[in-house]
Design a protein around this ligand. Structure first.
Ligand SMILES: [Zn+2]
Length: 241
């Protein structure tokens, strides 16, 4: 009897231990995308592509990757715990120069990065989930077939915050899909009363600062700036994948 009770105890213990540690196969798949793993994975991809941390070039530049939060058009955290801004070394230098120029004009202001190098797999997600019509989508999201300069660490999404860490008013939020986001329509939007002269002035400040650092703006998004053409990037830089 004693021996049988002992066996039951051992069996119960093994059963309990097995059940407590049991994970169905489909959950194991999910585990692979858990935050700790994805941060390591994405950062490794960036380091392998020769990218550097922006804050190592200028620690005063603020970073808040909005795809690492749910505060983006997808309402999904697609970066997990990956929340660092990586760019190609020469792009980091250009951004540091832009920050220096901004601070020479407005010492209390700072650039804030909303997105920098973006893994190619995330580009596919943005393309797949963007709530836009087929004709509108290419205006705001680069097709994975063409790739985005973000996928090489050669583009950055930025805004400016004041001394209280409050973002200046640029007329729309980051990733707002509508004509109000488009620098090419600013004058028309001002006439229509959809943008104020102050909002346009803030955008001009951002463009001046980024241009001083060596970036070019685009016609459709006030927050996006390029440090290379797509042709050069595709020829010379590594795709982050
Ligand atoms: Zn962008």
């Amino acid at each position: 009897m004693k021996s049988s009770a002992h066996s039951v105890f051992i069996f119960s213990f093994i059963l309990y231990y097995t059940l407590a540690n049991f994970q169905p196969a489909h959950l194991n798949v999910v585990t692979k995308f858990e935050k700790k793993d994805s941060i390591t994975y994405f950062e490794r991809l960036m380091i392998n592509a020769g990218l550097k941390l922006v804050v190592d070039y200028d620690s005063t530049i603020k970073v808040k990757l909005l795809y690492s939060t749910t505060d983006n058009f997808m309402r999904k955290d697609i970066y997990g715990d990956f929340d660092k801004a990586y760019l190609l070394p020469y792009v980091c230098k250009r951004l540091a120069a832009a920050q220096k120029y901004l601070k020479s004009k407005h010492p209390g202001y700072s650039l804030i990065i909303y997105d920098a190098a973006r893994p190619f797999i995330c580009q596919q997600m943005l393309w797949d989930y963007a709530p836009l019509s087929a004709s509108q989508k290419p205006l705001y999201v680069s097709s994975p077939r063409k790739t985005s300069l973000h996928n090489y660490g050669a583009a950055v999404d930025v805004a400016i915050v004041n001394e209280n860490n409050v973002q200046l008013d640029f007329g729309t939020p980051f990733d707002f899909f509508g004509e109000e986001s488009q620098p090419q329509k600013e004058q028309q939007l001002l006439t229509q009363g959809k943008l104020t002269s102050k909002q346009i002035e803030n955008r001009k400040l951002l463009r001046d600062v980024m241009k001083a650092g060596g970036f070019s703006s685009i016609k459709t998004e006030w927050w996006h700036f390029n440090a290379a053409s797509r042709k050069i990037a595709m020829e010379k830089f590594k795709l982050i994948k």
